[in-house]
Design a protein around this ligand. Structure first.
Ligand code: GLN
Length: 487
């Protein structure tokens, strides 16, 4: 038996029957990291000793007959923009290179409280800006299915870790697709919850009005278990509003009472033929399994990408203003003999990468006097109308299905020097963020020997519906628990 192929449920059973110890499982995952991660580079930091100690403590709890938590002995990886007290939390930026988190993010704490074991912190695009993980200041993560390709971004390290058996599940963050697109590129399941469902306390902010934390897992049930653990109100994040009102039973309903919409103009120019084919096959498969699929229109959804890049850059320029090299770990000191403006210009040019600098500049422009009305405020107004269009669509259907990304994972370097082309890889993921809808990506097949992801989007706070649809699809397609070939 390959321990690393067990799902969360199977692991719990094996722990319960005494067939496996947490220590054995954690060691198996740490071995996998030792053998492969020098090639994949999913992790920025591996917390091996801590993980083994935690595993021993959990095993002794089990021996004492204590009731195990929901994620008892589950090995997890954490994106490096989530704080873990006493550990480095860099958001893959040089400006935070030596930042040690003084507290733990609510989501991470909830995982720990449920008995999960943190294996380490994963690589990402700097401050979560990017779609390929190439914007990390420290290393470029490779796609475990083909080391010449990117894992997607920004949560590329988390997705690559799960796909290569270097973690069973992982946390990522999604502002415009950063959980779903890497999940799709690496053949995994990735969920972006509705904004307000999961606490952002302890998440290093990118665009605070859009950021959400969610799971990456090998199957829908595992993603649900992590989601269920991290979701719900938190006094430390007053934007968290609603408690969960559904349980795992939502995963067993099949396509019953579920009307699925497919966008009339779901495809874009330059889209990979292989991806288009898989989406059409997925539609057919659902119909053959008695799902009701109809075509719908969300007329202004196509404006989402333009609006997204105005709102995001505006918020980024404001959120990143706090990094001056003195606070948060870069360890610089300000010498009175230097003009402060010269000092910050110098330090920020040194500490922030190109994409971060580009967005700070763009955002300063879209927020500036005379331009804010033309860009930022206009984008906010249009954001509302897109949400309204989706609301109208959800009067006709329960969920919307479509591609997660226009292509499979692209080659390293292929889009790196061309930010606009890179931004276009978010075209199908950003509408859910802009309209504040929950969305889940899951593998639906392969093209060019690489995984292809499909996405279900639901009405606000109806994660139950997208989980139902995703579980039903996973069931009929038989595609789940994908792990890449051994490296
Ligand atoms: N790729 C998108 C961007 O660069 C999304 C990032 C994210 O969701 N964090 O903004």
């Amino acid at each position: 038996m390959d321990i690393k192929l067990l799902t969360i449920n199977q692991l719990q059973q094996a722990y319960g029957s005494g067939e496996l110890s947490v220590e054995a499982v954690i060691s198996a995952y740490l071995d996998s990291i030792t053998h492969q991660d020098s090639k994949i580079k999913a992790y920025l930091e591996v917390l091996g000793d801590k993980a083994v100690k935690q595993a021993e403590a959990l095993d002794s709890k089990l021996r004492k007959g204590e009731k195990p938590g929901k994620l008892f002995g589950v090995p997890v990886a954490i994106k490096d923009n989530l704080c873990l007290q006493g550990s480095k939390t860099t958001a893959a930026s040089k400006i935070l290179e030596n930042y040690i988190a003084p507290y733990t993010a609510t989501t991470v704490q909830r995982l720990l409280n449920a008995g999960a074991v943190v294996l380490g912190k994963t690589n990402m695009d700097e401050f979560a800006m990017g779609s390929s993980c190439e914007n990390s200041a420290f290393q470029k993560t490779k796609n475990p299915w083909d080391l010449k390709r990117v894992p997607g971004g920004s949560s590329g390290g988390s997705a690559a870790a799960v796909a290569s058996q270097e973690a069973l599940v992982a946390l990522g963050s999604d502002t415009g697709g950063s959980i779903r697109q890497p999940a799709s590129f690496c053949g995994q399941v990735g969920l972006k919850p509705t904004y307000g469902r999961v606490s952002r306390y302890g998440l290093i902010a990118m665009a605070s009005s859009l950021d959400q934390i969610g799971p990456i897992a090998r199957n829908v049930a595992d993603a649900f278990k992590v989601y269920q653990t991290i979701a719900g109100p938190d006094p430390n994040d007053t934007t968290t509003v609603k408690a969960l009102t559904f349980d795992e039973a939502a995963l067993q309903k099949g396509f019953k009472n579920l009307k699925i919409g497919i966008l009339k103009d779901a495809y874009v120019e330059g889209m990979d033929e292989g991806v288009v084919e898989k989406i059409q096959e997925a539609k057919k498969l659902m119909q053959e399994n008695s799902a009701e699929v109809i075509e719908i229109e969300v007329p202004r959804a196509k404006l989402s990408l333009a609006i997204y890049y105005i709102i995001v850059t505006s918020e980024v320029s404001s959120n990143l203003a706090r990094y001056d090299g003195i606070r948060y770990g870069m360890g610089k000191t300000f010498n009175e003999s230097e003009n402060f403006l010269d000092y910050t210009t110098r330090i920020r040019a040194e500490g922030l990468g190109e994409e971060a600098q580009r967005r700070v500049l763009l955002g300063a422009y879209t927020l500036s006097k005379g331009y804010a009305d033309r860009y930022y405020h206009k984008a906010l107004a249009l954001q509302k109308s897109i949400a309204k269009d989706f609301e109208a669509a959800f009067k006709k259907v329960d969920v919307v299905f479509g591609p997660t990304a226009p292509t499979v994972a692209f080659k390293l370097g292929e889009k790196f020097g061309d930010p606009l082309t890179m931004y276009l890889s978010d075209i199908f993921t950003v509408p859910a963020n802009i309209a504040n809808l929950p969305a889940i990506s899951l593998p639906i097949g392969f093209a060019h020997k690489m995984p292809v992801g499909g996405q279900f989007v639901g009405p606000s706070f109806r994660e139950d519906l997208i989980f139902q649809a995703a579980a039903a699809y996973e069931n009929i397609s038989g595609i789940s628990n994908l792990v890449s070939a051994k490296i």
